[in-house]
Ligand binder design. Structure first.
Ligand code: GAP
Length: 513
């Protein structure tokens, strides 16, 4: 099974096993809003823990924050979101469907790139070229589709740089892009559309204050910069980290939890001395990509992508992209945001947001280096990376397909499943005692239904790294069998050493230390 074919399987697997459900499903759902089920919530929490440990606990100069979702409306004026947090939208006059003009163009370019790669692979098979060899790379760069992709990209970038919406529409027409639903080429003009959700504070219409649901967690950090700096007595460089919900009225909300209207971000703002931003940019780029690899995302599915067009506040920005089954897409942004945000809040609030540098005895507005990763996207990256179908021997001497989620053991929803071989003769009681011994340290599941083989399959499918079976011999030798998910190897160990055996394999210290 090819990687690019597994996406529908991941979506149904996530539902079947209780990772993710459509929000309000009994009312036919709400577009691009999802609920995390009993296993999803565990996986999500483990990703959050891995991030918090790596970012806050491992850095003595980074502290946490949990700011409110609702903020004073002037925050969003100051940050530029009221005026500039827009997507360029285009309506199709025949289908009456609305699309993001930039996404239509990027998808068009990506199609040529995919064709170029396919052509190159075909040619490489014929000529016997190794992937990555000089001939391979040369053909990849110069074949017909690669040239078309490059030309289209150059025109697209030019239109973006001039911020000319008419040019975006002209390109859609020139490239012959059709409505993905109806196939029509009857396009209206491109317009800007603000992505913030509005709500109101207060009971009566005339006294109510218009508020926004925050579209990023970062602004909660900026407006608390001075509170945290003063009360923690931090010196530059120091960071503030936060995990929380963000809301965007996304128009093209598709690809499951990749683009949602309500989602979660894990953001860290690193306050630094002006002039040191490129040094910290490199540091955080490397640190963050290493974190993704450490948690098990394949190295060859991660790449950096330099922003073609910088946001008005940034002097450097790169994405860490992950190769989802539908292509390389943004997973995390690393942004050098200069002193833009603090300066803006200083101006709009009339409060000084500066740092007094005891070495130079000067006060200045710090620069900010931001790392911003989507929790839900990280979740989807791990589901995509971990989902595998394998042919394995079955109990009858034949072969069968097992679906296995090869999640990093520390991310797996359950760490250990304990099975009594049969539901009698005291094996259940021993299993319960083992659970009692482990449950304070690990999420553990008791499972006595069906044959042991079927129980293994069930736990492979949800990524449980260790299954422990209590059998008749256990009563004599006080030993149990541990079976490891990926290798399917089984070893017999004394019950008394079980906790130690498991703790060796599930150590944050080994992973992040
Ligand atoms: N404070 C900077 C900021 O918000 P961003 O690139 O707009 O930057 C950061 O968002 C990350 O948040 C993205 O890399 C992505 O992982 C996640 N994200 C953004 N929009 C999302 C959406 N609609 N659904 C899920 N995740 C999203």
């Amino acid at each position: 099974m090819n990687y690019d074919e597994i996406f529908p399987k991941i979506i149904s697997h996530a539902k079947e096993y209780g990772f993710i459900f459509q929000s309000s499903e009994i009312y036919d759902g709400l577009g691009a809003v999802y609920d995390y089920g009993q296993l999803g919530v565990e996986l999500k929490r483990n990703i959050m823990t891995a991030w918090w440990k790596a970012m806050v606990q491992m850095h003595e100069n980074i502290v946490g924050l949990d700011s409110a979702i609702l903020m004073h409306p002037t925050v969003w004026k100051a940050s530029g979101h009221v005026d500039a947090f827009n997507d360029p939208l285009i309506d199709n006059k025949d289908s009456k469907k609305r699309y993001r003009a930039d996404v239509l163009l990027e998808d068009h370019i990506a199609k040529f790139e995919a064709k170029s790669l396919k052509d190159t692979q075909k040619r490489a098979r014929k000529e016997g070229w190794e992937a990555g060899s000089e001939e391979f790379e040369k053909y990849l760069k110069n074949n017909r589709n690669a040239v078309k992709a490059r030309e289209a990209q150059a025109k697209y970038e030019e239109a973006l740089n001039t911020e000319d919406l008419t040019k975006l529409r002209d390109l859609i027409i020139e490239f012959g892009i059709v409505d993905p639903v109806s196939g029509s080429k009857n396009w209206a003009d491109v317009r800007q559309f603000n992505l913030m959700f509005k709500t109101q504070l207060g009971a009566t219409a005339d006294t109510a204050l218009d508020l926004y649901l925050r579209p990023e967690t970062a602004q909660g950090i900026f407006v608390n910069y001075l509170n945290v700096q003063k009360t923690s007595r931090m010196k530059l460089p120091f960071g503030i980290a936060q995990i929380g919900k963000a809301f965007r009225n996304e128009i093209v909300a598709r690809q499951f939890i990749f683009r949602m209207r309500e989602f979660e971000q894990m953001e860290m703002q690193y306050f630094i001395k002006p002039g040191t931003q490129m040094e910290w940019f490199e540091y955080w780029k490397n640190y963050r990509v290493k974190w993704h690899k450490t948690l098990g995302l394949s190295e060859d599915r991660l790449q950096f992508h330099v922003h073609e067009k910088l946001a008005h506040y940034a002097d450097a920005a790169e994405d860490i992209q992950f190769q989802f089954p539908f292509g390389f897409k943004e997973l995390e942004g690393i942004h050098s945001r200069t002193d833009f945000d603090l300066n803006q809040h200083q101006e709009y609030s009339n409060k000084k947001l500066q740092f007094f540098d005891p070495e130079t005895r000067e006060s200045y507005v710090p620069y900010v280096l931001e790392t911003s990763v989507g929790l839900d996207r990280t979740f989807l990256a791990h589901m995509s990376n971990a989902y595998q179908e394998e042919e394995v021997p079955n109990a009858k001497g034949g072969m069968e397909t097992r679906v296995v989620l090869k999640l990093h053991p520390l991310l797996a929803p359950y760490k250990v499943a304990v099975f009594p071989l049969v539901k009698k003769d005291g094996l259940q009681e021993i299993s319960r005692q083992i659970i009692d011994e482990l449950k304070l340290d690990y999420s553990v599941m008791y499972d006595e239904k069906d044959s042991v083989g079927r129980r293994y399959r069930r736990h492979d499918a949800i990524g449980t790294p260790y299954c422990v079976t209590v059998d008749y011999e256990t009563k004599d030798d006080n030993c149990v069998t541990i079976r490891e998910r990926d290798s399917m190897e089984q070893v017999r160990v004394p019950i008394s050493s079980l906790r130690e055996q498991i703790s060796k394999r599930l150590s944050w210290r080994e992973l992040l230390g």
